[in-house]
Design a protein around this ligand. Structure first.
Ligand code: ADP
Ligand code: MG
Length: 627
């Protein structure tokens, strides 16, 4: 409990004890009022001050104002009636404060719990100096340093294993409970927990650029992007409170006026009391706190499952996903191409692959990575100059003074190199040397193990249409689409063509359904930005993709898209439940209050009760079923 909460609790207890004690004090008249004012001010002075400040700043219509008017009014009424019954006014203030206290306690606690669940921040890094381990701030470790991670410790910085082998628990990052093995030479990302062996790691990034820091940044900034539902609530409150005040005023004035006209006794105090009750009932606290809390819990639940959602607005959009558009390479397929054949080459196959790998030495495209792997050696970058990459086409470069072109049909046409078409199944990489055709390499990729299941599960989750976009050949695209059960495949697209196609699909969307684009960011970062929801592959994807995306899948598993949609639906369902429940109970109480069937006691209990239930319901959004 924080200090503020402790003080509040003390005020509640003191005021309650005094209120009970005063029942045994036989005071009357002004003395009684003075005595009762003590517990009232102990519990309510801050509310009165806030209400007064609100009036002075002409922003009168908030909860403090409602509570101040209602309780001061009730005291005034008791004075006027000479009933001396001040207990009710004080009790209303007391319970209101109990509600506020619970709210700050519960919200604070659940926020802390949620943050703890997502707590992947490493506190230190171990550096070996003179045979001893020293703990240093991860911020101070330079890229290229050697760090040691012992069993049970969290990997603080991204790097490559240079010594040791171990099993990693990646569940905090990916939500996957299956452990992952690493050994010498393997890449390792920060945030995982080292389980079995001691690892020596050469860091490849600074702490601030490492996976953990990126994730923490994303999560911390997520709640600042407001969703439409949250906007709705703040707009609602702006209209609601004045409306309630006007209604209360009408309730206090109109019926007595009518009675006077009819020649009946006015009964002012009855109607003023009802109007005050009405004000107490109308406090909108449950709504005001439970909705942002639900979104916060939803984002927390998603990140535990390995899905980072960058804002409540995206969570809301995700719940309305009707069309899912996939990039092919790296998203549905593994993006790890194998060389199947080399055709029409006038030289040794190895030599052709060498030219290709060298020309590709600077590209981050999955094809280029695969060619470099097929080359088996580290490309000597000093042999390569003037690299130009044509996205969606290929690359050109000067290798050992020879101008090399590596790419698809389009690249060859563009450079005016006559090429031989190939009918083998697979992606064809043509190679031109000094403007002459030198043959082609046939490479092929395999679909990810969960792709087909993910496409099917999306349909099951109510997604109307799935589309695949690719810059690859039609033959390959159609084959993959058929295998995965994708509704529509568009092939041989340049990056700009992908944007156009997505825009066309957005225009064709039905009702308020949203379009999600899933990609790895290589040649498709613009599309990620253009789609209603851009979903990026976090592990394989480029940094640009993770920046441009609204949702990041930590482990590149397409099945996580379904999970993200389910989480968002559950979260939104909870939000609507809370809205309907809170407004519903309010309306019932308001009607009862206007009819005189509810007193202030009932009103305050209803308010605090609704709030507690709404908060508990909101916390449910944190928990997601396994898929
Ligand atoms: P996808 O949409 O499947 O992710 P891209 O748009 O990234 O594909 O690329 C489309 C096509 O452009 C590839 O299939 C390939 O033929 C060619 N290409 C793109 N980049 C390269 C590269 N670095 N080297 C060779 N070919 C490339
Ligand atoms: Mg791609």
């Amino acid at each position: 409990m924080r200090k503020k909460q402790k003080i509040m609790l003390a005020r509640i207890l003191i005021s309650a004890a005094m209120l009970i004690g005063l029942h045994f004090v036989p005071a009357e008249g002004w003395l009684k009022l003075a005595l009762y004012m003590v517990p009232y001010l102990v519990i309510g002075y801050d509310i009165l001050i806030k209400a007064f400040k609100g009036v002075r700043n002409r922003q009168v219509f908030d909860e403090s104002f409602l509570m101040a008017v209602a309780t001061v009014g009730a005291v005034a009424l008791a004075l006027y009636e000479k009933s001396g019954d001040y207990t009710e006014a004080i009790a209303v203030m007391l319970f209101y404060q109990v509600g506020e206290w619970f709210q700050s306690y519960a919200v604070g606690k659940s926020r802390r719990n949620i943050s703890a669940l997502m707590d992947i921040r490493p506190d230190y890094a171990n550096i070996e100096r003179d045979g001893r381990l020293e703990q240093v701030d991860p911020d101070e470790v330079e890229p290229g340093s050697l760090i040691v991670v012992q069993p049970g410790e969290r990997v603080p910085i991204d790097g490559v294993v240079v010594e040791g082998a171990s099993t990693l628990n990646t569940s905090a990052l990916t939500g996957e409970s299956l452990p992952r093995d690493v050994k010498k030479g393997g890449e390792i990302i920060s945030g995982c927990i080292n389980m079995t062996g001691v690892l020596k790691i050469r860091t490849t990034k600074e702490f601030g650029e490492s996976t953990v820091s990126k994730i923490l940044d994303l999560v911390e900034n997520a709640s600042s992007r407001k969703s439409r539902s949250e906007d709705f609530i703040s707009k609602f409150a702006r209209v609601y409170t004045p409306a309630v005040c006007a209604a209360a005023l009408a309730l206090a004035l109109l019926p007595p006026a009518v009675r006077l006209l009819l020649g009946l006794p006015a009964g002012w105090h009855v109607w003023i009391y009802r109007a005050l009750t009405f004000l107490v009932i109308s406090c909108p606290c449950a709504l005001v706190i439970s909705i942002p809390l639900s979104f916060f819990a939803g984002i927390g639940g998603a990140s535990r499952a390995g899905v980072l959602v960058k804002g409540s607005n995206y969570l809301e959009a995700l719940s309305k996903t009707g069309v899912v558009v996939f990039d092919k390479t790296g998203t549905l397929t593994r993006g790890v191409f194998e060389v199947n054949a080399v055709h029409h080459s006038g030289m040794e196959d190895e030599k052709l692959i060498e030219y290709a790998a060298l020309a590709e030495s600077a590209s981050s495209h999955p094809i280029s990575r695969s060619l470099r792997r097929a080359y088996k050696k580290e490309p000597d970058r000093s042999r390569v100059r003037d690299v130009k990459e044509f996205s969606g086409n290929g690359v050109t470069a000067l290798v050992d003074g020879v101008s090399v072109a590596v790419g698809n049909d389009r690249l060859m046409e563009r450079l005016g190199i006559p090429y031989i078409s190939c009918h083998s199944a697979g992606t064809i990489i043509h190679i031109g040397l000094n403007g002459e055709y030198a043959g082609h390499i046939v490479i092929s990729d395999v679909v990810k193990p969960h792709s087909a299941e993910a496409v099917k599960a999306l349909k099951g989750a109510g997604v109307r249409k799935t589309v695949m976009l690719t810059g690859d050949r039609k033959q390959v695209a159609d084959q993959v689409a058929a295998k995965l059960g994708i509704d529509e495949a568009c092939s041989e697209l340049l990056p700009a063509g992908k944007v156009e196609k997505v825009e066309e699909l957005i225009r064709a969307a039905k009702g308020n359904e949203k379009l999600a684009f899933v990609g790895d960011g290589i040649n498709d970062a613009p599309v990620l930005g253009r789609a209603d929801i851009g979903i990026a592959m976090g592990a394989m994807g480029s940094d640009a993709a993770i920046e441009a995306a609204d949702v990041v899948l930590m482990d590149d598993d397409p099945l996580k898209i379904v999970k993200a949609i389910r989480i968002s639906r559950k979260c939104l369902r909870i939000v609507y439940e809370n809205i309907v429940f809170a407004i519903g109970v309010k309306l019932i109480c308001l009607v009862l209050g206007a009819l005189g069937a509810a007193n202030m006691w009932l009103a305050i209990f209803a308010d605090v009760g609704v709030m507690i239930l709404a908060v508990l319901n909101a916390i449910r959004a944190l928990f997601v079923k396994k898929l």
